[in-house]
Design a protein around this ligand. Structure first.
Ligand SMILES: [Zn+2]
Ligand SMILES: [Zn+2]
Length: 470
């Protein structure tokens, strides 16, 4: 391991001559953040990070009237089975175990572990249903529940599905699929995606919804994610690339979220922990055997990787080359973002695919800066090509009055761009009966704005000449 890694392990000789800087008794085994730690002090250091993020009294053991007034807090932990979520489980469960022992069997909160089963989707090496009971047994006698949800449960029934088409002018239309003879599973829907990044993007929407739905049904008040600082930085960059910059502020900060009529506190208790520290914690607590891994090898070719694969690789390269602090800089910058400002006179609409607020008509903006029509057909040869192209893709759907206009945000336009126009895209639309998009006033896209954007993309002749002169 290179000296530049954020966590540096000491060899036997170094260890025997380096006392732990925390307890000053044991020999240090590793260095992180320029401090030497023994095993126990390192584990306590990471657990302390979670406790700092969740100091609120509602997570502490309560007696008498407080419980009667507020009831017991229920915490839902979203567990993917990767290192970070397994470490968060260990941190939370150890806390419960401590509370249980110190308070005669009382716990400060109830913990429910939720896993969305990715066994088939990602060809996992182990079944989470076999791992979880073993994992939870480690914290006996603390009381921890778990649930494993099939991804397909996202689609409650076919009647909520609509077929969506994107027009050349970036407007979206939808029609019901009731009456069609095909029924769709979640996997059928993902098959209709134009590429892997689109699948990844839509899965994020599905996971968020399933997690909220479960928290609602289980009457949880808090939802926690295992994201490390590195993962949060990764998320900020990936969301920017995917055209979902408007939700960064809420995707990465501790915040509250309303779902149906309930408010949920969404927390990232490991937000101050580096991914490299998570890996060390996992090893030192012997949790490695519980980690779920995909058995699909990652492609070496960039074009076969998803946006998140690429950003993940970017941050692991930064770690390896001594630039681990970049993650913290990215997170600090991301945390400064707030919700986008909307024209106060306009009603904010929601994207019917992913549910985010739309502050500005993305179609308008795209129509203004792009040329989306093919060049005119001029020669016989071009005509022949066009005919054979048309024959190969089949007849596109006739758009008639079965189709209704649908609100789609910029991020979803990016994700759905390139969907086959014949098969279309099938999705359970949110909030179907909303008012018409066209009637909503939007922030004005003035000619000046448009010219500014175009100017940024056009290389002037002057610049070319300068290059030639050099
Ligand atoms: Zn120590
Ligand atoms: Zn959307």
């Amino acid at each position: 391991m290179s000296d530049n890694q954020p966590v540096k392990y000491l060899d036997e000789e170094e260890s025997s001559s380096s006392p732990c800087q925390r307890c000053k008794v044991e020999n240090a085994i590793l260095i992180t953040r320029k401090e030497k730690f023994c095993q126990n002090c390192f584990i306590r250091f990471i657990r302390g990070k979670q406790r700092k993020q969740m100091q609120d009294d509602k997570y502490k053991v309560k007696y008498g009237p407080f419980i009667e007034r507020h009831g017991q807090q229920k915490v839902l932990l979203a567990l993917s089975g990767g290192e970070s979520s397994v470490v968060l489980l260990d941190v939370m469960a150890s806390l419960l175990q401590e509370q249980f022992e110190a308070h005669n069997g009382k716990q400060g909160f109830e913990l429910i572990i939720l896993n969305l089963d990715e066994f088939d989707l990602n060809h996992l090496n182990k079944k989470v249903g076999e791992i979880l009971p073993l994992l939870i047994k480690r914290y006996s006698p603390a009381n921890i529940q778990y649930k494993v949800l099939a991804l397909n449960s996202y689609i409650l029934d076919d009647s909520i599905l609509d077929k969506i088409v994107l027009n050349d002018d970036f407007t979206g239309l939808s029609s019901t699929i009731i009456g069609s003879d095909k029924s769709y599973t979640l996997f059928d829907i993902l098959e209709l995606c134009p590429n892997k990044s689109s699948v990844e993007d839509l899965l994020t929407i599905i996971y968020n919804e399933l997690i909220l739905r479960t928290a609602y049904l289980e009457k949880c008040q808090t939802i926690i994610y295992g994201h490390s600082m590195t993962r949060i930085a990764n998320e900020i960059i990936a969301l920017t690339v995917k055209g979902r910059g408007s939700i960064i502020y809420e995707a990465i900060s501790d915040h509250s979220k309303t779902y149906k009529d309930q408010q949920f506190q969404i927390l990232f208790p490991l937000r101050d922990v580096l991914y490299a520290e998570i890996i060390s914690y996992c090893k030192l607590t012997n949790m490695d055997e519980f980690i779920l891994q995909s058995t699909i090898p990652k492609s070496k070719i960039n074009k076969n990787l998803t946006i998140r694969d690429l950003t993940t690789r970017y941050f692991s390269q930064l770690d390896a080359t001594g630039y681990a602090s970049t993650a913290s800089t990215v997170v600090k910058t991301g945390e400064k973002l707030g919700a986008p400002k909307s024209d106060s006179t306009s009603l904010v609409t929601h994207c019917q695919v992913c549910g985010v607020e739309i502050y500005q008509d993305p179609g308008n903006w795209l129509r203004n800066i792009t040329v989306n029509k093919a060049a005119p057909i001029e020669t016989e040869e071009e005509k022949e090509y066009l005919e054979s192209y048309k024959a190969s893709i089949g007849e596109p759907e006739i758009i008639d009055d079965r189709y209704k206009s649908v609100h789609i945000c910029y991020g979803c336009i990016v994700t759905l761009g390139g969907v086959n126009s014949v098969s279309g895209f099938v999705w359970p639309l949110k909030d179907k009966n909303t008012d018409h998009f066209e009637s909503q006033p939007y922030l004005v896209d003035s000619e000046v704005e448009k010219q500014k954007i175009l100017d940024e993309f056009i290389l002037t002749n002057d610049e070319d000449e300068d290059d030639d002169n050099e």
